[in-house]
Write a protein that binds this ligand. Structure first.
Ligand SMILES: Nc1ncnc2c1ncn2[C@@H]1O[C@H](COP(=O)(O)OP(=O)(O)OP(=O)(O)O)[C@@H](O)[C@H]1O
Ligand SMILES: [Mg+2]
Length: 318
């Protein structure tokens, strides 16, 4: 199997010039790299918008072809225990950087670390500031403790705008010989919501079977990610049939969907429901409240069950 079996890796930009969108971030990071003296960086933003990619580009631009020996990537949520992170950082930082003033440690998913672990990380950052720079990445910056935020230059990544996503589609279509018509492009834009990884994955999933990418193929493939019982679960909750709605919720979660995914899908589903706009607004507002609770780390099933209960209660009070 080729190294590039996965298109999201094959099409991962390896230079600032190939990187799409996030213009002000790229310009700022580029000028830091040009000065050669990098501060610690914190990349915050939703999935698939280039955080890890930009960290790799920084290392490649600073260190050239030997970048791998001066770059350590760790995933905070894999390595959960901060002790593992600390000992890996220590081992890495101990050996002198070859021909470069410092090494780079890229720590992904930092918001998965507990506040106590983040305090330990902060001390580790201080201990190794002479020999290492940290690039931290997270989806939810509000979960990063203030002392870490204040030690970093913080960049907020946004979902990519449509023009950039279209440029990405064209880039891949040209390279793979795919024919993507305008309707298919619109369907891709709607399905990915600015998440490049999702676009690339959808194009690969369809493109391996057929060079012609159609709106139908995109909808069918993107729809796979949407649990089939979701609409029914919401309708049952609205009707007050809580017991059956709850059963469907359990099976949707057991199918491997995350609580956050379910809230987002439920929120979208609200706009398709046959209810008055005032009810829709109230339900959307509830979704935001429960999304916040999940982001803060509450139990998924309990929170989603409570959200379903809110649907029933809201409807009953109208
Ligand atoms: N700005 C971009 N320009 C071009 N391709 C991109 C860009 N951002 C992401 N991609 C594509 O999406 C893939 C995933 O991007 P990346 O790993 O940088 O996401 P991320 O922001 O780190 O997401 P996560 O929060 O899930 O770690 C890349 O390999 C690349 O194929
Ligand atoms: Mg990443």
């Amino acid at each position: 199997m080729s190294d590039f079996f996965v298109w999201s890796e094959k099409y991962r930009p390896s230079s600032f010039d190939d990187f799409l969108g996030q213009k002000s971030i790229v310009d700022s990071v580029k000028s830091l790299v040009a000065k050669g003296n990098l501060p610690h960086l914190l990349f915050a933003g939703p999935p698939g918008v280039g955080k890890s990619t930009l960290a790799l580009i920084v290392a490649k631009s600073l260190f050239g072809s030997g970048w791998k020996s001066s770059f350590l990537e760790l995933n905070a949520s894999d390595e959960r225990g901060i002790d593992v992170v600390r000992s890996k950082v220590k081992d890495f930082a101990r050996t002198k950087a070859f021909n470069v003033p410092f090494k780079i440690i890229f720590l992904d998913e930092c918001d998965a670390l507990t506040p106590e672990a983040q305090q330990a990380l902060r001390r580790t950052m201080e201990n190794f500031t002479n020999s290492c720079r940290f690039v931290l990445s997270c989806n939810y910056p509000s979960r990063i403790i203030e002392p870490i935020q204040s030690r970093c230059v913080v960049y907020w990544f946004r979902p990519l705008g449509n023009d950039w996503v279209l440029a990405l589609i064209d880039r891949i279509a040209a390279s793979e010989g795919l024919d993507v018509d305008d309707n298919a492009k619109n369907a891709l834009l709607a399905a990915c919501e600015g998440d490049c990884r999702r676009v690339v994955n959808l194009l690969q999933a369809i493109g391996v079977g057929s060079k012609k990418v159609t709106q139908e193929a995109v909808s069918a493939m993107a729809g796979l990610a949407r649990p089939k019982d979701l609409g029914e679960m919401v309708s049952l909750a609205l009707k007050g049939d809580f017991v059956r709605a709850r059963k469907l919720l359990l099976s949707i979660l057991l199918d491997g969907n995350s609580g956050l995914d379910v809230v987002k899908l439920v929120q979208k589903e609200i706009w398709n429901l046959d209810i008055v706009i005032k009810e829709k607004l109230a339900l959307v507002d509830k979704c935001a409240e429960f999304e916040f609770r999940l982001v803060e780390g509450s139990d998924e099933f309990i929170q989603l069950e409570a959200l379903l209960a809110q649907f029933g209660l809201l409807r009953a009070s109208q």
